[in-house]
Design a protein around this ligand. Structure first.
Ligand code: ADP
Length: 226
């Protein structure tokens, strides 16, 4: 099967990552994933505001996902909407198992994801960037979190759907894992797949996450290595 951009069915788009790109954040990262351009920044651990949210046994992790008005083809109305609130929530859920929150009782860690350019797969790019930003902020982690989607378009099961494939696609399954244990921390799906197709797509997505994991480690080595 031939894909619009010439990729093989199990091939990622070009992915580039950089750690520590924003001077005033405690931690930050930039991920370019195909035509997606995403910044993640981490502030904290810091005092919890409002204070009643504080937990005396661990930190709380909050994630905000935002798309700039110029990130999509038709200008997007600025500010939060249903979709961005949902993605912020599932991103927090995807990251939380990896963060050793018990290290910082009574504090909060804020993760901000800014999508500067969107082209399908922004939640996976955001989770991938946020993980690097958490490490850059010096927050203790059990493992990295690596994300990638697989799905179905033109009747084929494929890795990392492009915008074009997503638009006329038959299914999209974003996934995030902690690669060392293969524990799944995010799994969503829209569309319809048979059981066999689902199994094939999940296999592809796990493989994609592991490739992303290698790139994350390289990006961290480039900043902190040796
Ligand atoms: P993801 O970016 O994680 O794949 P979706 O499946 O919800 O999330 O969105 C797919 C793509 O659709 C986005 O990456 C973006 O290119 C586009 N998109 C999302 N929301 C909007 C919007 N409000 N206006 C225009 N395009 C959008």
């Amino acid at each position: 099967m031939k894909r619009g951009d010439g990729r093989k069915k199990d091939e990622l788009r070009n992915v580039r990552m950089e750690v520590g790109v924003l001077k005033r954040a405690d931690g930050s990262a930039y991920v370019e994933w195909g035509n997606n351009k995403v910044f993640a920044s981490v502030y904290g651990p810091r005092e919890v505001i409002p204070r009643f949210l504080a937990r005396n046994d661990r930190a709380i992790l909050r994630c905000k996902y935002n798309m700039t008005p110029f990130s999509v083809e038709d200008r997007k109305r600025p500010g939060p909407d249903r979709r961005s609130v949902e993605i912020g929530k599932v991103t927090a859920g995807a990251l939380e198992p990896a963060v050793i929150l018990e290290t910082y009782p009574n504090s909060m860690i804020n993760v901000n994801i800014e999508v500067m350019q969107a082209d399908a797969g922004t939640r996976c790019a955001g989770i991938t960037a946020a993980t690097l930003a958490l490490v850059d902020a010096g927050i203790p982690m059990r493992d990295l979190v690596s994300a990638c989607a697989a799905g179905k378009a033109n009747d084929g099961i494929i890795l990392d759907l492009s915008k074009e494939e997503d638009n006329k696609g038959q299914a999209d399954i974003p996934m995030a894992i902690m690669p060392r244990s293969e524990e799944v921390t995010l799994l969503q799906m829209d569309g319809i797949l048979t059981e066999d197709e689902l199994e094939e797509a999940l296999k592809l997505a796990v493989g994609g996450c592991k490739s992303i994991y290698e790139l994350q480690k390289n990006a961290l080595m480039a900043k902190y290595g040796e």
